[in-house]
Each structure stands twice: as structure tokens, then as C-alpha cells.
Design a protein around this ligand. Structure first.
Ligand code: PLP
Length: 453
């Protein structure tokens, strides 16, 4: 069952605020159990929430489970999943091979307080896919992986500052989207514009004396799936080499875009890199690593070793699930097929925006896409800000309406409009998704055009 009927032609004459109000009322009426659970949780957690990413107003949907490409919520609605755990759920739901690997590991005991063969096997597979990981270590999240990579770069170079790009998201306390965060680590950050090689090169040259590293996402995910130009990424490698600054590629999100990550696609080898999300088979996971001469300092038998504990660094469930996922589920052929389907969705969404004359653009790479209500280029956060400046409330309303209409049509996508496919997403589901977007553009197009005029 999907939620109450999605919008139809009768809504065409509505203005944007009335449309958003009505869609909100429809959402509240359709989801009483999610509403009840969300209210209850506010007694225990601020706003009822322990993960800002999955919160949206008036309240998020509570899920009961998932199978393959589909999710079911507590009110009994079924959805095609276009969030897929913000890229970590690349396998779809309840994958039997991964579940079996977890069950097998579980039966052997899970907190053994010792190395097991599982971490070596996973490390070997990670190295096979990402040869830049000459040596690596595991941790528990992408945030932690980036913190450790940055700390390693600073210790190795003896320099303090780090160059980041406006709009970057490297973790919950390494947050440079939407104006940053008061919780951020107090490193000396030097900010440059994404996809502006000239300015980045000048910044690297200017600050080289104190710059430990440049950290960059091959595609900025949190900023709205904005891909890095290959020439930009290659140019960063050159500038870092010229000025003896380490290049860290954060492939926590993008490594699934190609069997060897975007670094293989573009041909850029980082000094250090980070992984997270799906590599743990759907369990808590992070990894950082890179050049052997840098990472060797983590060898605990060295007198000058960097200490790096972490109770769950070699958690047997995550290590086993990750190994099974990479070796038995996530083949190159499946990744290629999934990413090609994502490319086709993006092309279709852009064609639909043109056909219906709505200022909308789909960005991204392969199986990860962003949707922006935007006119003009969308190469970096500055481009988006330029168009959105003074229109923040209107664009917020358009996104809210899009999101609520998609949910009503049985398409589970995020409020910030990021979509991620899984290997279980079918071409028919991609067609249904595009049809739901077309219905939205036909029905809501007049209100959006008027509001953004
Ligand atoms: C590029 C990137 N880096 C780091 C992270 C942080 O990973 P985690 O949520 O596992 O801490 C994310 C999470 O979305 C990410 O997209």
C-alpha cells in the first residue's frame, strides 16, 4: 500500500504555500503511527532524534523493515528505497549472503579481545580494490576515518593547517556545508572553492609552509552530489606534489561509483584515503590508509609508533559482513549496472526539467544523484548559494513539497533530495521514480515557476 493519493491535475492552480500546507496535512493524516512514535521519542532524545540526517519536518517515517529494494513503514506503507542508507545500503535490504556471514561470525563469539583472521581478509580485499591503501587501519565510522587521516597527516608532516572545500562533508564534526558547525574540530582550516583549481592551487602555494594536507571528496555529497571535475582532482594532486602537501581523498561515499572508487576512474592516487559506509557490509565501519611510509608508524612494535586503539576496530561482525559483501555480493558487474541505471535516471530528470520548463537540475555521479531547484551552473556550493540567496524559504518549500509528494507516491527519498540506488533497484523502479517526478513537475510546475520567478 502506498500513502494517500499523490497530487494530480486539480492541484495545478495552487500557490506554493497552500500546496505545501496541504501536502503536510496529507502526510500527517497518512502516518499516525510514525507521528506517535516520533512524539514519544522526544522524551528521550533531543527532538526525538539521534541522527540529524534522518530527521525531517513534521516528523520522519519510522520503518519496520526492508527487503531487496523496498522498505515498509510502521503505518504499513511500502516504498521503493531511493535513500539506501545514504549510500551505505548499496546491497539493498536483507541480503542473504551478508546475513549468513553475520550469523556465522556470531556463532563464533563476537568480542574476543584479540586479532582474528577476519580483519586481515577484509584488509586484503580493500587493498585489491583500492591499491592506494598500501597499509590501512580500521575504525568505526567515516567521521572517525577522516579524523584519523587528518591527525596522521598533521603528525607526519609536523604541520597544522588543512585545506578543505566550501560545501565539504567529512563527518559530523567535520562539517563545512550550509555554513559549517559550531561543533567542528578546531583545526586551522583553509577554505577554498570546490572545482576552482586556480584558487586551490594558489591557496596551496600560499599556505604550503603550514599546510599538512588537502582533504577532498571526489564528489561533494553533502553539498548536493556535486562531482569534482577530473581536471580539478588531477590538478590538486599536482599542486600537492609541487608543495609537499599530502592529498587525502575522502571516498567514504564515492568509492561505490567504480570498482576502484573515483580515484581509479579519474586516475588520481592519494597519499591517504578514507572509506566507510557500505564497506562494512551494512555494519558500523570506517577505514583509513595510504602510503606505506606514512602508515607504517602505526606498527605497534615500533618504539615511535602512533598509538591507535579502538575497542571495535576489528569487530568481527563488521569485518565478516564487509568481507562477504565485497567478495560475494558487490561484483564489478553489479556496480557497473547500478551506476549506469543512476546515470540514466539523472539524464531523464534533466530532460523532464527542460520539457516542463521547471528550474530543476539533477547532479551526481553514477548511482548517487542530487536534485536542485536551480538555474545556471551547479559546480560548487557557491553556484548554489548564488541562486538560492534571498530565495532560501521558497526553495526550502519546493524541496519539502517534492519530498512529501514523492513519499505519497511511494518513493522514499531524502528531504535534501539526494537519491542513492542499490544493486537491487530495478529499471522498472527507476521508470516509476521518473514518472513520479514528471507528475510532480506537471502538477507543481506552475506554482514553482511563479515562486521562483
Ligand atoms: C564524504 C563523507 N565523508 C564522511 C562521512 C561520515 O561518515 P559517517 O557517517 O560514517 O561518520 C560521510 C557521511 O555521510 C560522507 O558522505
Amino acid at each position: 500500500m502506498s500513502q494517500a493519493a499523490a497530487p494530480h491535475a486539480a492541484h495545478r492552480n495552487q500557490d506554493l504555500p497552500s500546496a505545501v500546507r496541504e501536502a503536510g496535512d496529507r502526510y500527517i493524516a497518512a502516518n499516525p503511527e510514525s507521528h506517535r512514535l516520533a512524539k514519544m521519542a522526544t522524551a528521550n532524545m533531543p527532538g526525538g532524534n539521534t541522527r540529524t540526517t534522518v530527521h525531517f519536518s513534521p516528523f520522519p517515517l519510522y520503518m519496520t523493515g526492508g527487503k531487496g529494494s523496498r522498505l515498509t513503514d510502521v503505518d504499513g506503507h511500502s516504498y521503493a528505497d531511493f535513500i539506501n542508507e545514504y549510500t551505505a545500503g548499496v546491497f539493498g535490504h536483507s541480503n542473504g549472503v551478508i546475513a549468513e556471514a553475520i550469523r556465522t561470525a556470531l556463532s563464533g563469539g563476537i568480542n574476543l579481545g584479540a586479532p582474528t583472521q577476519h580483519e586481515r581478509l577484509l584488509a586484503e580485499e580493500v587493498q585489491r580494490r583500492f591499491p592506494a591503501m598500501e597499509l590501512l587501519r580500521f575504525c568505526n565510522s567515516g567521521t572517525e576515518a577522516n579524523l584519523l587521516a587528518l591527525a596522521t597527516a598533521r603528525a607526519h608532516t609536523g604541520k597544522e593547517a588543512v585545506l578543505i572545500f566550501d560545501g565539504a562533508y567529512h563527518g559530523s564534526i567535520l562539517y563545512f556545508t550550509h555554513g559549517g558547525s559550531p561543533l567542528n574540530m578546531k583545526f586551522e582550516w583553509i577554505t577554498s572553492e570546490y572545482n576552482d583549481l586556480e584558487r586551490a592551487t594558489a591557496n596551496i602555494a600560499k599556505h604550503a609552509h603550514k599546510l599538512a594536507a588537502v582533504i577532498v571528496e571526489p564528489m561533494q555529497g553533502g553539498a548536493g552530489a556535486l562531482p569534482g571535475d577530473p581536471a580539478f582532482l588531477k590538478g590538486l594532486r599536482k599542486a600537492c606534489d609541487a608543495h609537499k602537501v599530502l592529498l587525502i581523498l575522502d571516498e567514504v561515499m564515492t568509492s561505490r561509483i567504480d570498482y576502484g572508487g573515483v580515484q581509479r576512474k579519474v586516475g588520481v592516487r592519494p597519499d591517504l584515503m578514507t572509506l566507510g559506509k557500505y564497506v562494512g557490509g551494512g555494519l558500523s565501519f570506517g577505514a583509513f590508509g595510504g602510503r606505506a611510509d606514512i602508515m607504517a608508524r602505526f606498527d605497534p612494535s615500533r618504539p615511535d609508533a602512533y598509538p591507535h586503539g579502538g575497542t571495535f576496530n576489528n569487530n568481527v561482525l563488521a569485518m565478516s559482513a564487509g568481507h562477504a559483501a565485497l567478495t560475494q555480493v558487490l561484483s564489478e558487474e553489479r556496480l557497473t549496472r547500478m551506476n549506469a541505471l543512476g546515470d540514466s535516471i539523472r539524464e531523464r530528470l534533466n530532460a523532464l526539467a527542460a520539457k516542463h520548463d521547471v528550474p530543476m537540475v539533477a547532479t551526481g555521479l553514477g548511482s548517487i544523484f542530487g536534485v536542485h531547484f536551480h538555474k545556471g551552473p551547479a559546480r560548487n556550493a557557491g553556484d548554489l548559494d548564488k541562486f538560492e540567496h534571498g530565495r532560501e524559504a521558497v526553495i526550502g518549500n519546493v524541496k519539502k513539497l517534492f519530498h512529501l509528494d514523492m513519499l505519497a507516491a511511494g518513493q522514499y527519498i531524502s528531504r535534501r533530495i539526494m537519491g542513492n540506488l542499490s544493486i537491487e533497484t530495478t529499471p522498472a523502479e527507476a521508470n516509476d521514480f521518473c514518472a513520479a517526478v514528471e507528475e510532480f513537475l506537471v502538477t507543481r510546475g506552475p506554482a514553482i515557476r511563479a515562486a521562483l520567478a
